[in-house]
Design a binder for this molecule. Structure first.
Ligand code: PLP
Length: 492
């Protein structure tokens, strides 16, 4: 199977090339030329498999240059007991009348692990398949979750190095500790004096700096990115929606062929795009419910057909959804219109004016598949408290946004379909917001806040967070944002 660019469908590459390159040369995103199908009998077979086998089967449909044995080997390592604290990997829990798909049982306790545990295997194998013998250098700017998950995924992976930049004062105590104590011989972490935008624009500038590329090339290195513009990060995310359907079948909650809805707390549109792909493959998914926080650019888009990033940016209690440009929407647009010139035009308008409006036909199709809604911080806190009071289940703020949007959707439409809610982080990653929502104003600092949430909620914090207490701090470098290129040359 070939992969094409959203901005030029005559640019066709092999899967391995798409994964190594990340972004296409024309600035577009790669996607598979056609979508493989998933039949009822495939599903019956998948029901019998464990998570690594399901992952290998699904990925094989898209990666014909990889053997099933190779993919199974990666999946067994990426999702094995050394990395995930439950053999189900992505278990579905019934909480009231919601099927919560817990995507945070991996080493960093956020859903980014589902893809970032797999990506390094796909990337290094793709480098071998394309004859790339230089060392890949992964540069990441993070507001918290992605950086740690990327570090953990690439740690000690051969032929790779990773450097993560985080805003000095822009991440939580726990998130910072997670990063500065990172183990591994090929990893580095650096604080930037400034906010997330400073860190991100610094990284973007390095990517487009020919001089930097030349210097790195002399050292046998090249730059790549670990964010969800890379198909290798989207693909592993298809697996858990298919896996959830299988689990609901075997649990008797769904009958074969019965539809389910999916509700996803959304930022870059990567996670919900993966769910849409499974629908296109033939998984009986009916509505995809796109949940946003106060940064509700997607809600407005799905309602009106106009995407407009010219609006205030809100810093919220669900920071991984604080995004005004959802980059994976570009893949969605291509899937809907199948017209590279049209996508190029929308993206040019977005770059020039910060907005574009899609055609009536596209809007109509979008609304057939997607519903949407948003929830501000106050609503998020109320939801955490109410769900805890009613069910004893503790939601993290991102998942709470989705819960609230789902409740609104059900009240508005009366839709009674079984619904899978993507739970994207452990509540222990966001102890302060969760405790505040539960009415605890006096909070402990550093790692001690984990014990406090444990006591209040009667839960045990995940091991990777509890063990932070014993970890030594390895990275203390702080750089000015203008000095980020020097940091790259020194630290990589
Ligand atoms: C990254 C992230 C999201 C948003 O996912 P997208 O794929 O960017 O839409 C939601 N919740 C958490 C906890 C995340 O880390």
């Amino acid at each position: 199977m070939r992969y094409v660019s959203t901005r030029d469908s005559s640019l066709k590459v092999r899967a391995a090339e798409a994964v190594v390159m990340g972004l296409s040369r024309d600035g577009g995103l790669y996607l598979p030329e056609r979508i493989p199908s998933l039949t009822a009998s495939d599903l019956q077979a998948l029901v019998q498999m464990d998570y690594p086998h399901r992952a290998a089967w699904v990925m094989k449909q898209y990666l014909d240059e990889f053997s099933h044995a190779e993919l199974l080997d990666y999946a067994a390592k990426a999702y094995g007991p050394a990395k995930f604290d439950t053999p189900a990997v992505a278990p579905v829990r019934s909480v009231g009348d919601v099927q919560v798909l817990e995507l945070w049982h991996g080493p960093t306790c956020a859903f980014k692990d589902m893809a970032l545990q797999m990506l390094p295997y796909l990337l290094t194998a793709s480098m071998q398949k394309t004859g790339e013998d230089r060392t890949v250098c992964i540069l990441v700017a993070t507001s918290g979750d992605t950086g740690k998950a990327a570090l953990e995924g690439f740690r000690d992976v051969s032929q790779s190095k990773i450097l993560v930049f985080y805003p000095e004062k822009g991440v939580s105590d726990i998130q910072k500790l997670q990063m500065v104590t990172q183990e591994g011989e090929n990893v580095a972490v650096c604080a930037v004096r400034g906010n997330f935008d400073d860190a991100q624009s610094g990284v973007k500038a390095i990517f487009s700096d020919e001089n930097m590329r030349a210097k790195l090339a002399q050292r046998g290195q090249f730059l790549s990115s670990a964010n969800s513009i890379n198909w290798g990060r989207v693909l592993p995310q298809l697996v858990y929606y298919i896996s959830a359907y299988c689990d609901l079948l075997s649990g008797g909650i769904l009958k074969p062929g019965e539809p389910m809805n999916v509700c996803v707390p959304t930022g870059n549109f990567g996670n919900i795009l993966a769910a849409y792909y499974t629908k296109c493959m033939g998984l009986p998914v009916q509505k995809l419910i796109c949940a946003s926080n106060a940064n509700n650019v997607l809600t407005d888009f799905l309602r009106t057909g106009t995407y407009d990033r010219n609006r205030p940016f809100h810093t919220t209690t669900s920071p991984s959804m604080d995004i005004l440009i959802s980059s994976n929407l570009e893949r969605m647009l291509y899937l809907l219109c199948g017209d590279d010139a049209q996508v190029r035009d929308y993206m040019a308008q977005l770059a020039q004016t910060g907005r574009y409006s899609v055609s009536e036909t596209i809007l109509h199709t979008l609304q057939e598949h997607f519903d949407c809604g948003c929830c501000d911080d106050a609503g998020t806190a109320r939801t955490i408290e109410a769900v805890y009071d009613q069910t004893g289940y503790v939601l993290d703020p991102h998942t709470a946004v989705a819960w609230s949007v789902l409740a609104d959707y059900r009240a508005r439409t009366g839709d009674k379909n079984v619904t899978v809610l993507a739970s994207t982080a452990s509540p222990f990653k966001f102890c302060d917001s969760v405790l505040t929502a539960l009415g605890v104003a006096q909070q402990r600092s550093g790692v001690d806040i984990l014990d406090q949430l444990s006591e209040v909620a009667g839960l045990i914090a995940p091991m990777p967070l509890r063990s932070l207490r014993e970890k030594a701090v390895r990275f203390t470098t702080v750089t000015a944002k203008d000095a980020m290129p020097e940091a790259v040359l020194e630290m990589l």
